[in-house]
Write a protein that binds this ligand. Structure first.
Ligand code: 5GP
Length: 176
């Protein structure tokens, strides 16, 4: 692994507190219901694991993986499903869990696709929100933290598949 400078943005304890708060809110909103929690791979798996264990409502889980197309780091805005759900969603209460909303392209497309399958309801919970970078209007129903335009890693978020294991969220400064 290359050397990298990172700076802690959200320490583990702060993340734990916020996840508890989100879970309390979600549990209140879905009292008496059973959720189908849809994790967006790979980044959401750590957040989702903590979130579902803090919920007071029963849930089942499934996962999708999205693919976006474009040259180099510039996204064309074309997003599709690379790995689909294995659970039928018609009539279910869906909570999509994502690591971070950036341009909004991934989640707006995923929500569009899932709505066509007629769930009873569909909401989105994003751990982080980089609202300054939106290319399409997208508002998540639940947000852990809004953050400025910086590249972050840890708590499931990667840089070239590295750093997902970090228990805190860090800003990636530079790679040597
Ligand atoms: P969007 O379609 O909203 O632009 O992109 C969302 C995806 O971009 C996220 O699921 C994540 O994989 C990636 N992404 C956007 N910003 C960051 C960031 O700061 N750090 C990491 N690790 N991934 C990011």
């Amino acid at each position: 692994m290359k050397e990298a400078t990172t700076e802690i943005l959200f320490p583990k304890a702060v993340i734990e507190r916020r996840v508890e708060e989100l879970a309390t809110q979600i549990s209140l909103d879905y009292a008496g219901k059973e959720l189908l929690v849809v994790g967006v791979l790979n980044g959401a798996f750590v957040f989702m694991a903590d979130l579902i264990r803090a919920l007071d409502v029963p849930c089942t889980v499934d996962f999708v993986r999205m693919a976006s197309f474009g040259a180099g780091s510039v996204s064309s805005g074309e997003v599709s499903i690379r790995k689909d759900l294995e659970t039928p969603v018609a009539g279910r209460d869906l909570l999509v869990v994502e690591d971070i909303v950036d341009t909004g392209l991934t989640l707006s497309r995923l929500v569009e696709i899932l709505r066509e399958r007629c769930p009873a309801s569909l909401k989105v919970c994003a751990f982080l929100d980089k609202w300054e970078r939106r290319r399409v209007p997208f508002v998540a129903d639940y947000v852990g933290f809004s953050i400025p335009d910086a590249f972050v890693v840890g708590y499931g978020l990667d840089y070239n598949e590295q750093f997902r294991f970090l228990p805190d969220v860090r800003v990636l400064k530079d790679i040597v």
